[in-house]
Write a new protein. Structure first.
Length: 398
């Protein structure tokens, strides 16, 4: 493991968090834009689900392919190349002119975004000792909070002031600044397997022949199915069923992100102190109630809605912090890049499936209200219980 000075370690974690910020805003900002996109592009819930799923589906396929080559290149060169491609693809989203061009741009952004997440986690695994890895993961995952507090509300504001293309161009320009900083901050991590032929069968065998890897895959898959079946349709449900305006959607992300900004590092420290699996089970059990309540919300005052959605975001996002720290330690260091790339692929494919399957049960009535969102909530609760069970069976290997 590379040993960094405390100052360099802090700068690295902040940089990785910034990259995650761009990645998460790019993914998240599409969801609150759902009502606007459905209105302006003349699409329904199914087409909007395809836009969300396109990102994660492409990310999953890219992550699978990268598993065969991620350890054959210097980590620094790999991450810089992927982040540059991600920024170009995100800018293309802002230049799209209709549903089909936006769909293609989302596929491209997902291709680079999925691999980006795996490389960020690989850097944490290679540079941060296991005793501090939970806290480091919590800080990087706090990018979700910053994205929700600042990035997504700003994106909604830009979309309201200009048009839906503006948030994507904002992300691309912000990421350009980070890319320049990365040249100075990212340490070089030499390739672990730079010579010899590309051994597809060996890579598949090394990753999928270990039972502990499979348990980690099931864990992340269950969490993705539990969270991302509900999250993409929160905005349409809040506007059509609960009675919020499109402008009020930014308050949901602001309040939820502000809360998780403080709770994410705390959850990371709790995971280091009490154990990743134990804290994940605590959070999973508590998250069942907000899952149930949010997917059954009737028209209510804004203050009540914000309490529900904030609690939902705290515990749904919080579950991923001990989960990702546990998964990062589930393999040996020699396999970390390949394992995490494959894990990222399965994570994104599960998120894609999570965004797609609700389209089979969701529909709109004559007034445009979403129907059968409660069934999506029940499915998410079942996947949460599966994640709680399998978490205790994932062993720490590094």
């Amino acid at each position: 493991m590379l040993t960094l000075s405390p100052d360099h370690e802090k700068r690295l974690i902040l940089l990785l968090a910034g990259m995650q910020f761009c990645h998460i805003v790019d993914f998240m900002v599409l969801m609150p834009l759902g009502p606007q996109l459905m209105r302006l592009l003349h699409i329904g819930p199914a087409e909007f689900g395809f836009l969300v799923a396109a990102y994660t589906l492409s990310a999953g396929l890219a992550g699978f392919a990268s598993a065969f080559i991620i350890d054959r290149f210097d980590r620094r060169r790999m991450l810089l190349t992927i982040f540059s491609g991600f920024l170009l693809a995100t800018a293309s989203c802002g230049l799209a002119w209709d549903f089909h061009s936006l769909l293609i741009a989302r596929l491209a952004a997902g291709f680079f975004g999925g691999v980006l997440g795996a490389n960020v986690l690989a850097y944490i695994g290679d540079c941060i000792p296991e005793a501090r890895r939970g806290a480091a993961t919590g800080k990087v995952m706090a990018a979700f909070s910053v994205a929700a507090v600042a990035g997504v509300p700003l994106g909604i504001f830009l979309a309201a002031q200009f048009n839906w293309r503006a948030p994507f161009l904002f992300v691309a320009l912000s990421g350009l600044v980070l890319a320049l900083m990365a040249w100075r901050i990212l340490p070089s991590l030499p390739a672990r397997n730079s010579s010899g032929p590309l051994e597809l069968r060996r890579t598949l065998y090394e990753v999928f022949s270990v039972g502990n890897h499979w348990r980690a895959f099931v864990l992340i898959g269950a969490l993705m199915l539990a969270g991302f079946s509900v999250i993409p349709f929160i905005s349409p449900y809040m506007v059509k069923n609960v009675g919020l305006s499109e402008a009020q959607l930014s308050l949901i992300y602001f309040c939820g992100g502000l809360a998780t900004f403080f709770t994410a590092p705390l959850i990371g420290r709790l995971a280091d102190r009490f154990g990743k699996a134990r804290v994940l089970r605590w959070l999973g059990a508590i998250s069942l109630l907000p899952l149930l309540v949010l997917t059954h919300l009737p028209p209510l005052p804004l203050a009540v809605v914000l309490v529900v959605t904030t609690i939902f975001m705290v515990f749904i996002s919080g579950r991923l912090i001990p989960a990702m720290a546990l998964i990062t330690a589930a393999c040996t260091p020699a396999l970390r890049g390949r394992f995490l790339s494959m894990n990222a692929a399965l994570q994104q494919l599960a998120a894609s499936l999570a965004a797609l399957w609700p389209t089979l049960v969701l529909s709109q009535d004559a007034a445009g209200r979403l129907q059968h969102y409660d069934l999506v909530g029940y499915g998410a609760m079942a996947m949460t219980l599966l994640a709680m069970w399998i978490a205790g069976k994932v062993e720490v290997r590094s």
